[in-house]
Write a protein that binds this ligand. Structure first.
Ligand code: PMP
Length: 358
């Protein structure tokens, strides 16, 4: 019997085997209609029912306050970088802790006023700031941070002190991996292709009280109020991605919810950091307090061995471990769908590789 294959890609990421199996079975016939979900109309009562269930599950899993709105839209987190800036108004203050928050700031600067209030690029994005290390200028409209930096492998484990400013968070690569203080945020957004399914749909949680009127030239699809009024259907939505999102939320609940997944995710990450900490053969420069639970980037001390490592990993059923194209090295993305057995196999592979080549 061939051993199962584990896929450590950062996104699109591994889906749970159960979810893939259900999709395979259901694909030709959505809920007994005889029509595939790939061709299903978004205005149909059946799709409306799926939308309602999806929102209810999402609200339950993240304990979203009743007066907050939940929107699902295309465009990825990258579109939210600009859209959030247009709709929150005032000068955005950004904690630049990695490549994604740097991009968020860059996009915000194109359409609005924004500035970095802390910038970790000088130290190679290896740690997160304490609240005492940055200040908010008096004209701050909102504070933006990226909870988990998917490339740098740094993660905020506590919500930064926003000092009264509306707080906006990119939760793309950690949403549903552990409980978060949803109600402390004015705006949360996350692309789906990690813990919420497949690319094409983006979840947005917004406190309507925090929204300002965007500039007049803003296209209507970049105005959150248009999405609120149209209940996330101002135009044709990504129906299939929405369906997969619904499946992922049911799966997340069946795992015991966010608390149970958080405990599992802690155990998974601890397995890999234990290998890294016990070794000079592997190098991870991230400050221990800032380590990500979802993305574990590392280098081999002898960088010439990285290609060999990746090749042998594939032979051992461990796929997509190459680091981000901007950085090289190795990166293990261990989102909710990655079973503990997959991480255990990687940890064992790393120890054996070190014994052979160290
Ligand atoms: N933010 C973070 C933290 C990410 O990891 C990513 C994608 N990996 C993005 C934003 C961009 O997402 P998208 O490609 O869906 O626009």
């Amino acid at each position: 019997m061939t051993p199962p294959l584990y896929h450590f890609g950062a996104g699109p990421a591994m889906l749970p085997a159960e979810v893939l199996a259900e999709i395979r079975t259901e694909l030709p016939d959505f809920r007994g209609s005889g029509i595939s979900i790939l061709e299903y109309g978004h205005r149909s009562p059946e799709f409306r029912a799926l939308m309602r269930e999806t929102e209810a599950d999402f609200r339950e899993l993240l304990e979203i306050p009743a007066d907050y709105h939940v929107l699902f839209m295309p465009g990825g987190a990258t579109l939210q970088f600009a859209m959030s800036a247009l709709n929150l108004g005032g000068r955005g203050a950004y904690l630049v802790t990695g490549q994604w928050s740097a991009k968020a700031l860059h996009e915000a600067e194109r359409v609005a006023q924004a500035q970095a209030v802390w910038d970790g690029s000088q130290s190679g994005y290896t740690r997160l700031p304490a609240d005492t290390e940055w200040q908010l200028p008096p004209d701050t409209g909102y504070l933006h941070y990226t909870v988990n930096e998917t490339i740098a492998g740094v993660e905020f484990h506590l919500t930064p002190a926003s000092r009264g400013a509306p707080l906006a968070a990119d939760m793309t690569s950690m949403i549903l991996s552990r409980p978060v203080a949803t109600a402390q945020h004015a705006l949360i957004y996350a692309s789906a292709q990690k813990n919420l399914g497949i690319a094409g749909i983006t979840a947005v949680i917004v406190n309507p009280a925090a929204l300002q009127t965007p500039p007049r030239a803003t296209p209507s699809l970049l105005d959150y109020r248009v999405w609120l009024e149209a209940e996330s259907l101002p135009n044709t939505p990504p129906v299939f991605a929405w369906y997969v999102l619904g499946k992922m939320l049911k799966w997340t609940k069946a795992q015991g919810g966010v608390g149970a997944l958080a405990a599992r995710n802690q155990r998974k990450a601890a397995m890999l950091y234990a290998v890294l900490d016990a070794s000079d053969f592997y190098v991870n420069k991230v400050h221990p307090a800032s380590r990500s639970l979802m993305n574990v980037p590392f280098l081999l001390h002898d960088r010439n061995l990285e290609a060999v490592f990746l090749r042998e990993a594939v032979a051992a059923g461990l796929q997509n471990l190459a680091g981000h194209r901007s950085r090289g090295g190795i990166r293990a993305s261990i989102y909710n769908a990655m079973p503990e057995a997959g991480v255990a196999r990687l940890a064992e592979f790393m120890r054996a590789f070190e014994r052979r080549y160290g």
